[in-house]
Design a protein around this ligand. Structure first.
Ligand code: ZN
Length: 449
């Protein structure tokens, strides 16, 4: 353990009075649950700001009386959809003058269209403090962190950077697909620089295991990485266990989006806590689009409480989450979720509706394929792209997979066998490995018979 606590580093970085006040405000909010009156006041202040300054909400909230009489009345307001953001691209939801903006990012969804994200300096700092206070349970000044997530037109790389700096950790900024540092070079750096923590997408962590083997390295034996923070893709329990086993590392999850920055944060117990100090969250029944009244599985809907540049009201994330009914062992008051993936990947099966992430366990158990599969629901069918292991014939592998799918999934799937080098090159050349591969339309020439 370090002699210098992470919290000391945080306070030192926030030595200017304005920043220190913000840090203390975030720390106080994270320490205990909202009182109803304080939450209602924050919510109404955000609503008033949005209706006054955001062109989109000036229009959509005009017919809705405010302030809200209680927090539950939020459910009477209209939902905000991704299409609203796309239609408003780039500035239609901006609620501050351009001169107050500190940073810009945008994202392209798997279904097309571009979402813009923008922050004031205060938005950016509030987010960093929220992230750093959460990560302080996991990281400290003794850590050397390789950040292998996108920096370009994105928040996530810089967001992780700042949190690590605030905690006194040293940062190796790698990004994803760039000419300066190939994935092979990254593995060399992980070894030579005794990197302790790797931040990357889950599929990237699995790909690096395979690439290391090709280089004669064993990631658990030859590297010092003992923590992996997975960002940018859903992380199923099965995938998490596989990454932890292969790397002999603790695996954490961190969930954010361009529109709202960091939304759910890891804790020392390995759970993923909603950032309820910065948002009000709701769950929407994915089939009937009605709010769920308690824990369960639904689409995550968020309302910002203190975002100046891009206030969001009842924003449908498009992500399916499972809300835990029990408190986390770490003692934090914020609820914990499991991020399952896209709502569109919830499928009807013989065992009832199941999310595609439920296939991860059976696919990871199959010895005939690499761990680098991708799954996608499209046009009413489930498509699974797989990469057979060298020397493993596809026919018996497929027989075993079909039997496992019939038993545990209960619906038909379309297998796609990928040409090895083409698949690996595509995986290595994209910023978001899973989504980059998923957007490839099924190719009849590559389909299995
Ligand atoms: Zn926890």
């Amino acid at each position: 353990m370090s002699a210098q606590p992470a919290s000391d580093c945080l306070s030192r970085h926030a030595s200017d009075p304005t920043a220190l006040t913000l840090l203390q405000a975030v720390a106080a909010r994270r320490a205990q649950p909202w009182h109803e009156a304080a939450l209602l006041a924050a919510l109404n202040a955000n609503l008033a700001h949005a209706r006054t300054h955001s062109p989109h909400y000036r229009r959509t909230l005009a017919a809705h009386p405010q302030p809200l009489p209680h927090v539950a009345a939020l459910a009477r307001l209209p939902l905000t959809h991704k299409d609203d953001l796309r239609a408003a691209y780039p500035w239609g939801l901006c609620a501050v003058p351009a001169a107050q903006l500190a940073r810009y990012a945008e994202s392209t969804g798997t279904t097309g269209g571009v979402n813009a994200g923008f922050v004031t300096q205060r938005d950016w700092l509030l987010n960093h403090y929220s992230v750093a206070l959460a990560w302080a349970d996991v990281l400290g000044p003794q850590d050397r962190v390789a950040v292998a997530v996108p920096y370009e037109l994105s928040y996530v790389g810089a967001d992780v950077d700042r949190a690590c700096e605030l905690l006194g950790a040293s940062v190796l900024p790698v990004s994803t697909n760039n000419a300066a540092c190939s994935w092979r070079q990254l593995l060399g750096l992980l070894q030579s620089h005794r990197i302790t923590t790797l931040v990357c997408a889950p599929l990237r962590a699995l790909r690096l295991v395979l690439l290391a083997r090709e280089m004669g390295l064993d990631v658990a034996r030859d590297l010092a990485v003992r923590r992996i923070v997975c960002v940018g893709e859903a992380l199923s329990a099965a995938k998490r266990q596989r990454i932890a086993r292969d790397w002999q590392a603790q695996v954490y999850n961190h969930y954010g989006m361009t529109e709202a920055l960091s939304v759910a944060l890891p804790c020392a117990a390995g759970a993923l806590h909603l950032a309820q100090e910065r948002f009000v969250f709701e769950l929407l029944d994915p089939q009937h689009e009605r709010p769920l009244s308690g824990p369960g599985t639904g689409e995550l809907v968020l309302t910002t409480l203190d975002q100046q540049a891009l206030p969001l009201l009842r924003y449908r994330s498009g992500d399916l989450v499972r809300l835990s009914p029990t408190p986390c062992a770490c003692g934090r008051w914020q609820a914990t979720i499991e991020l399952l993936g896209r709502v569109q990947d919830l499928c009807p099966t013989a065992h009832g509706p199941q999310h595609l992430s439920a296939l991860d366990a059976l696919l990871l158990e199959e010895p005939g394929i690499e761990d680098l599969f991708t799954t996608r629901a499209q046009d009413g069918q489930v498509h699974i792209s797989v990469l057979p292991r060298p020397g493993q014939p596809w026919a018996p592998t497929r027989q075993r997979l079909d039997a496992a799918v019939a038993q545990h999934w209960g619906g038909p799937v379309q297998w796609q066998v990928q040409p090895r080098q083409d698949w690996l090159q595509r995986l290595d050349s994209r910023s978001k490995p899973a989504s980059a591969l998923l957007v490839q339309p099924p190719s009849p020439a590559r389909s299995s018979p």
